[in-house]
Design a protein. Sequence first.
Length: 460
Amino acid sequence: MKVLSFGEQALKDANSIRSLHQVVIRAAEETDRLVLVTASLQGVRDALAEAAGRAAGGSGGYMERMEAIQERILEIIRSLFGPRDQSGVITAVQILLNDLEDILHGVQLIGECSPRTLDLVLSFATRISCILVSRYLSVEGIEAQTEENPGILLRVNPHGMLQVDYQASYQAIADSLGTGKGIQVVAGGIAGTEQGALAVLQADGGDLSASLVAAALGAEIIEMWTGLDGVTSADPDYVSEAFVISELSYQEAMELSFFGARMIHSQSLVPAMEAGIPIHIRNLERLENPGTRICSDPQRRQTAIVGIASIEPVALVNIEGGGMVGVPGIAARIFATLARTSVNIIMISQASSEHSICVVFRQQEADSALEALREELAPEIRAKQIQNFDLRKDLAILAAIGENMRGTPGISGKLFSALGAAGINILAIAQGSSETNISFVIGKAEEAKALKTVHRAFLV
């Protein structure tokens, strides 16, 4: 069994759906069972979010966005289907668009778009693409059934946020899709809550849907079709020598994804990793390219580092004070304060002397983080136990990643020697005990230079 996921960056136009058809033909020759998970057409989800925002503002301008979406979809239908088949597809899509217009009109009347309503609006993006894909496959002689909600269930966690209930979702997916015939086309990123309300996952939620479906049904492989040739060794916008990595371990892929590599979201890897299902990332525009395989036993490489990724812009707060040395609970208070302020800590570094703690987070969170920390640690500041709060902005985190670094001496020395020879100043360093990731903070202006330097030192 295969699960095929088609992401938003891949589904651009009628030609993308034709390429999808070719992928399905090839896959059907290799397996007895196929499930397709489709995202929205590229840009439609964003256009619907904009339309909802306009409607909530009381503006009739949302109709302009709706008309543009409708015309684009009609153009795709006219390209894909002959005159005899067009009317049925147009009718099915038009029913959805009419419902969507009614919802947006209601949003305009009340001048508000609640999170639940926005999820409902965004769901139409994938529901429409599902219809286009399933109808086109049917016209081409491939039996296909549409499933808008495969049974993914979200529950509220102790922090008040919705998150996937994995076990309940697996059971619901098995009940929903387990007895299906032919090819099932699933709307990616659509889920439900305990109260029965519709919910929509993040923009790349189709990949998570595919991973959950594969784990629930015991698939042998997940193919994720994107607009990229695979996972690259570095961002090709910065490093011209970057190349597609043929194989990665789950851990390497998760690290690269977290640090901004162009691939799938790290959360989408979890169900596949736990079930031991390989993920194959490929380019829908270039079917001949082999892509990147993510699995538990990748072919071992000669290089210690498999790839380099970066996050920017970030900010760094360095908290210094002799009064912190040997005092229990300071770090806990810092982390708890930032959590209450909804600041996500990306990286931390602390010297063994305990004289300073360095915390790194997204730059847009810097001012609120600094204000919260000053308030929380005001008694220590007055008592001169903390002498300094140093905030630095316009920074970047670079991460050198690879499982071959584990137990290999000299990697850090080679890395920092190369950066030093290039005149790049390092502000903070962090390395976990797993030895698969070395992260360091530099000025954002030196990001491109640092990526090129590390890539040439280890991967050329």
